[in-house]
Design a binder for this molecule. Structure first.
Ligand SMILES: Cc1cc2nc3c(=O)[nH]c(=O)nc-3n(C[C@H](O)[C@H](O)[C@H](O)COP(=O)(O)OP(=O)(O)OC[C@H]3O[C@@H](n4cnc5c(N)ncnc54)[C@H](O)[C@@H]3O)c2cc1C
Length: 430
């Protein structure tokens, strides 16, 4: 019987296990024994929904993912893999376990990037009041502070000091904007500071970002761009008091949330001698280019389509899990890249950013020039743009009115037929 060990029980690891069980149910090659090591304690969950829980829009219990019920699968939650011995094909867990494998899957995800700010860490980790949001444990820590803030500083509580609690969110990417909105919905005054020239500068052009910033300001978020934080300030009792900016200004704060991107968790792979770039380097079968018995999927993988395009989004992680499940069952699937849809639907801030997967087979002929059409209404808070090239929708940005997103999402996945006028793509046909 084939022994499969999966390291990481996040979205990619969970999806792989579910697919292996489903696809391998009646397969002759479905005879496998699978062990998953997951460093996080408790049931697997939908990480994408953490900001919704932060905003108080859904309950944390509702984001759990279904646990596998299959005698072939053993889940070891709360166990971290500490070492891989590739020569002897063994994985070591921090509970003392040693697991032999025939196939090893790395699905270790990514870790938040901590910016070079003073005052964010001490010997125990992040200082009181300073947060990142990657895991359910991070979220619980934020929730605890929010609960205590309400009684400490809320103007509604008898012992309060008469002002609203304040938060500074550092990082104006998708997660930063989403968290900023979530915190305003929890009753905080929020400053969102972003080092780049405009919000989401890796994904939006200046015009689109201006619409977004205006919407955010209308929702009570103070947006500061080209703004660099220098130090997080605490008083003598260790209580967070504010953020010192590089230009000398200071923002008062009770809570700081760092949303400065994430970096693939590749330490284990690198120590095992596997090739790592910005992720474990894998071929079209998602096998490590160093060792075909080791595979990598999700945020920790650097596929041949490049890490950056896909990194940090759930859809590529899930599609890679599906391809790998097929391969582990002996079928000839290959990963050909994913089209991506980054969506943000925090109340009042609706964004959809769509990008087609690279598709060499469908590469448009040079005579087909890319055509971009835009409909912008800064006052109404909408920006809609779509780019078509050689009969394909290659990208689209929708802000404020995302009703055309489902149709466009279907179109970025496959070629035409497209309407004569690309403007028609920006309206929901219904
Ligand atoms: C707050 C937040 C909001 C997001 N919102 C969106 C969104 O709206 N849309 C979208 O497409 N994407 C979103 N993402 C990104 C999406 O969640 C990730 O792309 C996806 O989770 C990647 O799945 P993964 O399995 O590779 O990594 P993860 O889901 O991070 O899972 C990795 C798991 O591996 C475990 N692990 C790591 N090292 C070890 C080890 N040595 N031993 C055992 N276990 C280990 C980790 O503890 C973790 O549980 C969001 C991410 C975050 C953090």
């Amino acid at each position: 019987m084939r022994r499969i060990v999966v390291i990481g029980y996040g979205m990619a690891g969970h999806h792989l296990v579910a697919r292996l069980i489903r696809v391998g149910r009646d397969e002759p090659g479905g005879g496998f024994g699978l062990t998953v090591l997951g460093a996080e304690v408790g049931a697997p969950y939908n990480r994408v929904l953490l900001p919704e829980v932060l905003a108080g829009r859904i309950d944390a219990r509702r984001i759990d993912l279904a646990e596998p019920d299959d005698p072939r699968v053993t889940v070891r939650a709360g166990v971290r893999a500490t070492r891989i011995d590739r020569r002897r094909r063994l994985v070591y867990g921090d509970d003392g376990s040693v697991l032999p494998y025939d196939d090893l899957v790395l699905a270790t995800g990514a870790n938040p990037v901590l910016p070079p700010l003073g005052g964010i860490r001490d010997e125990h980790g992040l200082k009181p009041g300073v947060h990142t949001l990657r895991t359910l444990a991070d979220l619980e820590r934020i929730q605890e502070q929010l609960a205590s803030l309400v009684s400490l500083v809320s103007f509604t509580s008898p012992g309060g000091d008469g002002r609203k609690p304040r938060a500074v969110v550092v990082g104006g990417g998708l997660l930063g904007v989403q968290c900023a909105r979530g915190l305003t919905l929890r009753g905080l005054e929020v400053d969102l500071i972003h080092q780049g020239p405009h919000l989401l500068d890796h994904r939006l052009d200046e015009d689109a970002a201006a619409v977004l910033a205006r919407t955010a300001r209308g929702l009570g978020i103070e947006v500061h761009v080209e703004c660099r934080a220098r130090t997080v300030l605490h008083d003598r009792d260790g209580r967070l008091t504010g953020v010192q900016l590089a230009d000398g200004f200071r923002l008062d704060a009770d809570l700081v949330l760092l949303a400065c991107g994430s970096a693939p968790a590749t330490g284990l792979a690198a120590r095992a001698g596997l090739a790592v770039r910005d992720g474990v380097v894998v071929g079209e079968g998602l096998e490590s280019v160093t060792d075909p018995r080791v595979h990598a999927i999700g945020d920790c993988a650097h596929t041949q389509h490049g890490m950056r395009a896909a990194h940090g989004l759930a859809a590529p992680a899930l599609e890679q899990a599906e391809v790998l499940a097929e391969r582990l069952l002996g079928r000839p699937a290959v990963y050909q890249g994913s089209s991506t849809v980054a969506r943000l639907t925090a109340t009042g801030v609706d964004i959809a950013i769509l990008a087609a997967a690279p598709s060499p087979a469908a590469e448009p002929k040079p005579e087909h020039a890319a055509r971009t059409v835009r409909l912008v209404d800064p006052v109404g808070g909408t920006h809609r743009a779509v780019t078509v090239h050689g009969g394909r929708v290659v990208s689209s940005v929708l802000i404020g009115d995302v009703s055309a997103a489902p149709r466009l999402a279907r179109l970025v996945d496959r070629s035409g037929p497209l309407p004569e006028n690309p403007l028609d793509l920006l309206f929901d046909p219904a």
